[in-house]
Design a protein around this ligand. Sequence first.
Ligand code: DC
Length: 229
Amino acid sequence: MKPIQIAIDGPSGAGKSTMAKLLAKRLGIMYLDTGAMYRALALKAIRMNIDTRDRERILDILPDVNIEIKYVDGTQRIFLDGEDVSDKIRTDEVSMGASNVSAIPEVRQKLVALQQKIASNENVVMDGRDIGTHVLPNAQVKIFLTASVKERAKRRYTELKEKGLLTKTLEELEKEIEIRDYNDSNRAASPLKKADDAEVLDTSNLSIEQTIEAILKIMEAKGYNHAAL
Ligand code: DC
């Protein structure tokens, strides 16, 4: 049977990775967080004091960067040049840097090829910005997950507070989300865009469990009985 591919796209903070991770677990299939790859490259640039908007210098380091995904105890870990950087790529600085490097076409080419290679021959849930439109255009299930800017900023605020990492006001976080939305939606190379055949799911007023149920319903309507995977 052809492997099932589930593409989850949408703006920053809509809950894509939470949903994709849980869904993959529920279905017993692989989860691939593509944003982590752009983040790893951004981290490398930041460590080398390279401005993540400096295309020439990013292209200099691109051929030699080694990004690998490994599964440790069932969870995805991301390795940059052999170092596990899974936790180090979650800062705001890296978020903005990832948004910058992801606008460079050569960066996308390299990372998309890697994503497609990982997904070939495997059932997979992949989340990102261009999964349904570019990375897995033939994915059987495509979800465009979204939520209002206010709600996304609120979630980020709560998350940072819980981790003891809160250094910004809610308004500042809202502003950052707006900037990233703008960058991701307006870049020339594979901008964030709903695939024509994707289902839109607004999670502003949905709990995590309600969102998962809604995705499973969409799958069932397409004839994918999740229990049979
Ligand atoms: O999903 P995330 O926040 O970890 O993504 C970090 C950045 O990478 C985000 O600003 C957009 C970019 N990205 C992308 O362009 N394409 C993807 N498939 C995933 C992420």
